[in-house]
Design a protein around this ligand. Sequence first.
Ligand code: SF4
Ligand code: SF4
Length: 554
Amino acid sequence: MANEHNALDIINDPKNRVTDAGNAGAGENGNDVGEPSGENKGVSRRNFLKFGGVAAAAATMAGAAGAGFAVGRSDDAYTGYGRTFQGGDQFFNREPFRCDVPVMMEPVGKVVRPEWTEYLFLRLRALVDIIKSGKWTPDMGVEALPGPVGDHYRARPGELEIMLESLQRNVKRAEAWKKGKNKRYALAGAYNMALRLGGMELPGHVQRIPEDPHDEHMRTGKPIPPEDWDYRGIWREKPMEFKSPKHASVLIKRMAHQFGMSLVGITKFDPRFMFKGVMRGMPDKGHYTWGDKVPEHWKSIIIFGVPMNWDGTYAAVGYSTSFDAYFRSRVAASLMERFIRELGYPARAQFPGSNYEIMMSPYVQLAGLGQYSRAGVVMVPELGANFRPAAIVTNIEFEYDKPIDVKMADFCKKCKICAEQCPSGAIPFDDEPQTVVRGFKRWKLNEEKCYQQWASGPTQDGLGCRVCIGVCPYSRKNTWIHAISREMEPRDPTGLVSQGLLAMQKNFFKFHEAEDYRSDWDGGKEASYHNPPWWMRAENFLEIEKDWEYHGME
Ligand code: SF4
Ligand code: SF4
């Protein structure tokens, strides 16, 4: 493959790096008179203005926006999908933005490991099990709610009420589906369920990728600690040796792209971001027995992400779930896990849905892929939050990536579009991040409120909203205007580019009132952010009478 370029080579090629002189159009001596000299690696205000002048820049941006808008709506433009596996033609160059500590990960208090109950779906399942077992009913009040789930809700007054309301909405939605009220979602629902059945756990469906120690434990009744599971199937007497940690990183990243992962970064394993009381393969997934042990061979973690289907995200709410990316990320995780074990190293996949023993967000940042957003999730320069991560824990010695600071948080301070559009009010409006979460100050999503919106969603399983991702300026399709914007914005110290981008975003796109997003049986008008793509419109393919209107943007 003589002319095949490695993405890292392209990104790291000095020719592709931004320098003061190269980027800013600086004076002949590379240093403008009257501006601070030397240390500033960004673009000076004067240089930015010289780059074309404010008016010219505005006109350029407006023209670009118009053309980009048209191009970006074509079926050929999908976020995250480039022309090559390696993506050297589409990835943002992180190198100029490397920093030692991720933004909003500077501890302002003791960094505390999360309890398993901090993961919404673990506590949701535990709560439903408690109610089903008859040990507790809502009229007994939160004081009587047993176990760690009771402790969780007692520490968060009011949250249990929201969750119980969500459970009622689940029942309402199931009834609506039974009565055939959702024919308009027939294709979107079938698409979603096909992926869910193929890739997610459901009662009666054990066809899972990757193999999961929890399944094996359920099948045999025998506990499988990670010291056994992670080394299974390794046939080499000793691992293949890498020439250096750097060689290991380059190879694994290349293979990650080959296996379908668009984003990949590698960082050191840090047990502070590992749930206590979770270990798949142990009885009850380790909730009551595993404690806070960390397997000794967990040294490094490979973090990767795949883009989500853009059409569905854009058409949120009813046409959008994360299952398509869940499916592809877990398939990719399975392939990588097997690949690493073939080389003789232990490997353990961390993948959607309830198969994480770790928190993904801190690791995605530590591996240099992205930054926390106002919406409380991590965004990456290429895709915004329109991606889904998975990971592999191993003991390979790598050259680790550093975090990045591309000023996404600064943009979030001004933008607030997701908070304005979130139908549940789950996203904070605070100008500055100010919630301390396990020792870090950041914006914090109210998970219970968010889930309440999901529970009123129109899909069979009530798992779909993501309006916040659809409306986010960072999630635009991967068009040339998107590429230009993501390169210019973090290098502009004047803030003009972000102001312009924000003005375009707020004026070119339509936004709904929160209640519009509800289903008609819930008093709403089934609005979607944008209308669904042609291939998700049931009336285009099925013998059904269309007795509804679409309430999104074309
Ligand atoms: S919509 Fe705006 S505020 Fe929200 S995450 Fe995106 S950039 Fe940040
Ligand atoms: S998924 Fe929907 S409800 Fe949840 S934070 Fe995003 S916009 Fe709000």
